[in-house]
Design a protein around this ligand. Sequence first.
Ligand code: TMP
Length: 211
Amino acid sequence: MSKGYLISLEGGEGAGKTTILEKLEKYFQSKNIEYITTREPGGVHISEQIREIILDKDNVEMDPKTEALLFAAARRQHLVQKVVPALEAGKIVFMDRYVDSSLIYQGYVRGMGVDEVFELNQYAIEDLLPDVTLYFDLSPEVGLGRINKDDSREVNRLDLEEGSFHHKVREGYLMLKDKFERFEVIDAEKDLEAVFTQVIEVLVKRGVING
Ligand code: TMP
């Protein structure tokens, strides 16, 4: 039985999750709270290798089911090697994307079906769902505009999808928020400080940290 907290960060492209994670690290360090930050797909060597295959701009012939299986495989290795041990040690685990990304991108947007993709992932995650999911909501225009301004960010195969893809991503997340009690919507169009304040308020409300 795990003792820590699993917090996933979800959202469309350019939602600012990575920047918020950096701010969370500083905050948790200053409070001496045990935590780790990690990301999907990736987080450990094998999963980072799978990430490269999935996001490679040249892999245009990738079949949707192959893509879903690779995400699930990367997820499994990451959980076993890094996430579960951290939770068992009582740490707070902040994860930049988790299973909801598969439900939305592969299940909803690519049309494999949310329930079908959940079932596929269940083999990998064995009921390990987040305690809290922070969904960073913003319009795709704002998100993609941010990405285009940031020269340091890699542009991956999924960033290159057309506008309707990104609109569908948002639509999917907004649908999930009504389905899962663990979902918290963060208004990610606000400036960074205001977004961070919302995140801390949610973590206090959910009992992850004290106010
Ligand atoms: P990111 O690390 O920049 O968020 O990029 C990862 C990309 O992979 C992003 O476009 C979302 C996508 N993705 C899926 O399609 N399914 C998944 O299960 C995960 C974790 C990510």
